[in-house]
Design a protein around this ligand. Structure first.
Ligand code: ATP
Length: 205
């Protein structure tokens, strides 16, 4: 069984993934996969050709510069997504074939799950939801980014309300880490007891 896990920047996906990991659930993290893809030889060549040599330093992709520039330039963001997203998609498609009908629960942690259209690869989609004010504060604290830059990233993501409409299961993460942990444990227990159909379409934790 595949649970898609998504939500806006800083909503708490990685934190939920860690909790899931702690109870033995395998998580496939799209951010890590995308980082590996960025270091593939053919991808670095494509970045050089389509975005410029400055993004490859020595033999490595300059991720910091890429991040800075793509969120200030829609055209560059589109080009980079055009290079990376098809590869991420193929990776998850092959994993989906392997796990979709299995009893084992695995998680696809994909920030842009809806934006890239990967929900059909999952049995259920969990959206981690957070109030915008708390979201910006948590990201500021974690990444030392300005509110303006965080707003820019948020503008490129699907609006919160739209994500919530598409969710099978919603985990609200405005409270403490302990509260989040308890919600995730309760959810997993429910799924393991095979009562997860009850969560659909608006199961809220
Ligand atoms: P991104 O989309 O940027 O990868 P994410 O959705 O994976 O972010 P996390 O990194 O899990 O989000 O959480 C963002 C920050 O908020 C982290 O510093 C994390 O430790 C913190 N955080 C998450 N949940 C809580 C909580 N319930 N209470 C306090 N801090 C939290």
């Amino acid at each position: 069984m595949i649970l898609g896990l998504t939500g806006g920047i800083g909503s708490g996906k990685s934190t939920v993934s860690k909790i899931l990991n702690s109870v033995g659930i395998k998580v496939f993290d799209a951010d890590l996969i995308a980082k590996d893809i960025l270091e593939l030889k053919e991808v670095k060549e494509e970045i050089k050709e389509k975005l410029g040599n400055k993004f490859i330093i020595g033999n490595k992709t300059n991720k910091k510069l890429l991040k800075k520039e793509i969120f200030s330039d829609d055209e560059k963001l589109k080009i980079l997504n055009g290079i990376i997203h098809p590869k991420v998609k193929r990776y998850y498609e092959s994993l989906s074939e392997k796990f979709l009908k299995k009893k084992e629960i695995v998680v696809f942690d994909i920030p842009l799950l809806f934006e890239v259209g990967l929900e059909s690869l999952c049995n259920k989609v969990i959206v981690v939801d957070i109030d915008s004010k708390i979201q910006i504060e948590r990201v500021k604290k974690r990444d030392s980014l300005s509110s303006e830059f965080i707003e820019k990233i948020l503008e490129k993501q699907m609006p919160r309300e739209e994500k919530l409409k598409k969710a099978d299961i919603i985990i609200e993460n405005n409270g403490s880490l302990e509260e989040l942990e308890n919600k995730v444990f309760a959810l997993i227990e429910r799924i393991r007891e095979e009562k997860y159909e009850d969560c659909s379409p608006s199961g809220k934790y």
